[in-house]
Write a protein of this length. Structure first.
Length: 218
């Protein structure tokens, strides 16, 4: 039977979370919002609309949401040509593909940003499909991105594993009924990932690759 390995991208395969923190903080600052960086960090992994709502609340001026998102994209876009993949990210995907896993990306990124991330990972030959922000109505922590990824892979939830770095990843995977594996390279504490549903936790892609034989991806 086929198996699916569903991967988040930012903070899981590519070392971009703190770039997102800085560029979201700056976009918010330019619009007159004082939001501490630690709060921005905890919101990374949400889609743009949900991130703004999470940080600024429902009583914000919602007409400003699109401007904030555009400002963040412009600031973050300056790094597209030098986004750093985490160690062994590409090797991990190729190893899983070689072992018969259907590798699918599930990310809130889309368009040019997603293309830049895939260039950084440099493992397109191992990636069967991508579920991006452009494909779903609701982003993480809703289960829809994971469910869409499973549909692309043609694999049921009980035959799938999600790998991610945020509580939003773990919550989305848990709600979709898949086993969840957390990585610490996005900067979220182990206890938070475990509370959100992580069944196993590794430092980063290199640690997971070295531990594959004893992992949920064995």
């Amino acid at each position: 039977m086929e198996r699916a390995a569903v991967f988040d991208v930012d903070g899981t395969l590519v070392d971009t979370n703190h770039l997102h923190v800085t560029t979201w903080w700056e976009a918010l600052r330019q619009a007159g919002h004082r939001v501490p960086m630690h709060a921005v960090h905890r919101a990374i992994g949400l889609g743009s609309d949900d991130l703004v709502a999470h940080l600024l609340g429902d009583d914000r001026d919602k007409d400003q949401d699109a401007e904030l998102s555009a400002a963040h994209k412009a600031l973050y876009g300056q790094y597209f040509d030098r986004l750093p993949a985490l160690q062994d990210a590409g090797r991990l995907l190729r190893c899983l593909d070689h072992a018969g896993w259907r590798v699918v990306l599930a990310t809130s990124a889309g368009g040019a940003e997603l293309s830049a991330l895939r260039r950084a990972i440099d493992a397109d030959d191992a990636i069967m499909a991508t579920a991006s922000a452009d494909d779903v109505e609701e982003g993480k922590p809703a289960p829809e991105p994971v469910e869409h990824a499973l549909g692309l892979a043609g694999v049921p939830a009980e035959r799938a594993v999600l790998v991610g770095d945020t509580v939003w990843d773990m919550q989305a995977g848990s709600r979709a009924g898949v086993r969840c594996v957390g990585v610490l390279c996005g900067g979220i504490p182990r206890a938070d990932l475990e509370k959100a549903g992580a069944q196993a936790i590794y430092d980063d892609p290199a640690h997971l690759l070295a531990s594959l034989a004893d992992s949920p991806l064995a």
